[in-house]
Design a binder for this molecule. Structure first.
Ligand SMILES: [Zn+2]
Ligand SMILES: [Zn+2]
Length: 411
């Protein structure tokens, strides 16, 4: 026997019995997002490596450690580790900045990161996300957050909690960064290795560190005071206040978290996460924020933008299984040609119908019908002669004989 070839570590088949839960995520997205005026965009799964280096940020773990990069004809290409950069590239390349604002786009699909596989984390994983371009006002921030909440609710996830923060703009954030660096300077040698790297490149990311020794340092009163100081300039402060007013007006409960900085370099002002308490434990299911300088950084016009992404595997893990759908009818007959013809008649009427292609014994067919369909459509010799079908409800065992032309109405 030939050697079996296995699926690659960190990747997974989505099998027919599981695909229903993916359809649920996708159909709900199409339904809810279109209510807010979003249109789907599908960008390639690989792009120029430079797009992610510039678009995601070369101080992030994603770009430094986790990208699948390969060479082809002297070009460095990368499987997309996220999709904001690709959507922004397409927005610029296709002249969407000339469309009247806002431009609202959503996407779904596989992303690729070389991480250690563990429960719920794969190297090929899937995200659904939205990006809105062209609006700098806080109403846009509020609307994308509400969109995320309503998507999660439509899926059946309740008990949601929004965490909110403002990272300010380049102007006020630089001062804040400088203050953080200054107060942490005496502690530099006590910081973990990652924090020491971030200290130079992006000190805000320090606040994200989960290492206990770092947390202890951040909790020292004089350091805490700086981290929790109000550094926002007047415009940023006003933006943040207005966003909270919109959320209050929509009865959205949120908690402000000064330590919420998100993993990517490009965010400014609003950042948020949504957590679900489904299944007892708290899970972050959505993360996003405003990225007003990204379009410009990638060569486009100076156009503000905001968006979020959700991991689809994570969502599925929090939701109940979707039972595979039963057929409307399974035809039981000793005449395969008649069964074949009836199946086609019913399919033409939009019914989900099968018959036994292998023409097994009548009793075997009946057995199969009871497993896969809601109705057995019995086509015996008598029925064929009379141009009729006996329709058996497989749940109640009720049976009725009707004319063949009425069969579609019965199932
Ligand atoms: Zn500011
Ligand atoms: Zn650290």
């Amino acid at each position: 026997m030939a050697k079996i070839i296995n699926v690659i570590k960190g990747t997974k088949d989505i099998l027919p019995q599981d695909v229903g839960e993916w359809h649920r995520l996708e159909e709900t997205a199409l339904n809810v997002f279109s209510r807010y005026g979003y249109q789907e965009i599908r960008t390639p799964i690989f792009e120029a490596t430079e797009l992610f280096a510039r678009g995601v940020g070369d101080t992030t773990d994603i770009v430094n450690k986790e990208m699948y990069t390969f060479e082809k004809s002297d070009r460095s290409l990368t499987l997309r580790p996220e999709n904001t950069a690709g959507v922004v590239r397409s927005f610029i390349e296709n002249g969407m900045s000339r469309l009247s604002a806002p431009v609202k786009l959503w996407y779904k699909g596989p992303m690729f990161r070389y991480e250690r596989p563990q429960a719920g984390r794969q190297r090929q994983f899937h995200q659904v996300g939205v990006e809105m371009f062209g609006i700098k006002q806080p109403a846009a921030d509020a609307e994308v957050i509400l969109l995320a909440i309503n998507y999660l609710k439509a899926l059946g996830l309740n008990d949601l909690e929004v965490e909110l923060n403002s990272l300010g703009c380049p102007k006020c954030r630089e001062e804040y960064k400088a203050k953080i660096k200054e107060v942490l300077k005496p502690e530099f040698n006590n910081l973990c290795e990652d924090c020491q790297t971030r200290y130079e490149k992006n000190p805000l990311r320090l606040l994200d560190c989960k290492v206990e020794s770092c947390q202890l340092i951040f909790n020292k009163p004089e350091i805490r005071d700086v981290i929790f100081s109000d550094f926002l300039c007047e415009e940023c402060s006003e933006h943040y206040t207005q966003l909270k007013e919109y959320l209050d007006r929509a009865n959205v409960k949120y908690v402000e978290n000064k330590l919420l900085v998100r993993g990517l370099d490009y965010y400014n002002r609003t950042v948020f996460e949504i957590k679900s308490n489904n299944l007892g434990s708290q899970n972050a299911v959505c993360g996003g924020g405003r990225y007003d300088s990204l379009v410009k950084n990638l060569g486009g016009d100076d156009i503000p933008a905001i968006g979020w992404a959700m991991g689809m595997e994570r969502l599925n893990a929090l939701l109940p299984k979707v039972e595979p759908e039963l057929l409307d009818g399974y035809i039981v007959s000793n005449s395969p040609t008649e069964a074949f013809a009836l199946a086609e008649e019913l399919r033409a009427e939009g019914k989900k119908v099968e018959f036994d292609l292998a023409n097994k014994k009548f009793t075997k067919q009946l057995e199969k019908a009871s497993k896969v369909a809601r109705f057995a459509l019995i086509l015996g010799e008598d029925e064929i002669k009379a141009n009729e079908v006996s329709v058996k409800n497989l749940e109640t065992s009720e049976q009725k004989t009707v004319s063949r032309s009425d069969a579609a109405k019965m199932v």
